[in-house]
Design a protein around this ligand. Sequence first.
Ligand SMILES: NC(=O)c1ccc[n+]([C@@H]2O[C@H](COP(=O)([O-])OP(=O)(O)OC[C@H]3O[C@@H](n4cnc5c(N)ncnc54)[C@H](OP(=O)(O)O)[C@@H]3O)[C@@H](O)[C@H]2O)c1
Length: 328
Amino acid sequence: MQFTKFGHTGLTVSRMILGTGTFGKQTDEKEAHRMLDKAAEAGINFIDTADVYPPGAEGGGAEIIVGRWLSNKRSGFILGTKGGEKMGPAAWDAGSSRKHLLDAIDASLRRLNTDYVDLYQLHRDDPATPIDEMAEAMDTILRSGRARYIGVSNILAYRLAKALGRQDTLKLMRFVSAQPRYNLLFREVERELFPLAQEEGLAVITFNPLAGGLLTGKYKHGDTPEKGRFSAELGGFGQMYHARYWHEREFETVARVQEIAKQDGTPITTLSVAWVLANPAITSVILGASRVEQLMDTLAAADCKLDSALKTRLDEVSIEFRRGDAGK
Ligand SMILES: NC(=O)c1ccc[n+]([C@@H]2O[C@H](COP(=O)([O-])OP(=O)(O)OC[C@H]3O[C@@H](n4cnc5c(N)ncnc54)[C@H](OP(=O)(O)O)[C@@H]3O)[C@@H](O)[C@H]2O)c1
């Protein structure tokens, strides 16, 4: 496992993070704990979770599972969670209002059975809340000791630049990281978010390296999966994945990546994760799995160095997904 600095902070983190989005729905607690054990054995010291996980079920389950595993080893891991998604019936049980964020972090800490997280992130931008209110709430969360660092996920570059500017002007604690979606089939963030993060010294931790499993090559366009990320068992989440990736152009690109992987003698899954890690803007990649066996190919990317010719070939076959003109 490689380690690196978390943006311009003094924190050192593993270049792979274990995601927990499947915990409590596709992955039961026993399997989730096996996965956490396996990740820790491989040198991963960073766990990514969120109050709303797992999708397709009532939120909170993943944090509870992670909290139980961490109970006797909390100080050995960097723990990141997120808030801001809908967590209750009231109108204010979502978003970046001061009320919701302070409620959300306390609820996360209770579920995680810890009195602090290392990284607290806005799960998504909430344009309906003034940036100053959100920034002050995140500052309170940090200065009260509930979080050691703050970051943001799913935000446009111009909105993040505005937020950083307001944090500086108001002398509030700054976001130190961004968590965007990024993979061979979704590269728009290379255009504005990555340059902003590099200029501002933000850590970039990316999710969805396999496009929810499409970049394993296990699907065919004509399939109707009965299980897994693209199936009806995950309700609206499965539909969202269909809308994102289940298109001819994506399948054609996967076939080209698969061909390159075959020629190189590397599993497509390993190659897809190694391609993410090869981007100098990336601090760490968040791995996702439903079963421990799935982790083996993605963990193997830790030892897979892409030479520049191979990286260029992968860049070229996926170039349309960088331009932002891929019809999504
Ligand atoms: N900030 C955010 O908004 C956000 C959003 C999404 C995820 N995340 C975080 O990022 C983590 C990773 O994202 P992701 O789960 O979308 O990553 P991903 O790598 O794109 O997809 C992971 C899924 O691909 C399938 N898969 C993985 N390895 C496989 C293998 N070797 N063979 C066959 N199938 C395999 C599994 O799905 P099936 O078993 O269902 O086929 C697995 O759950 C999440 O756990 C979560 O912590 C954050």
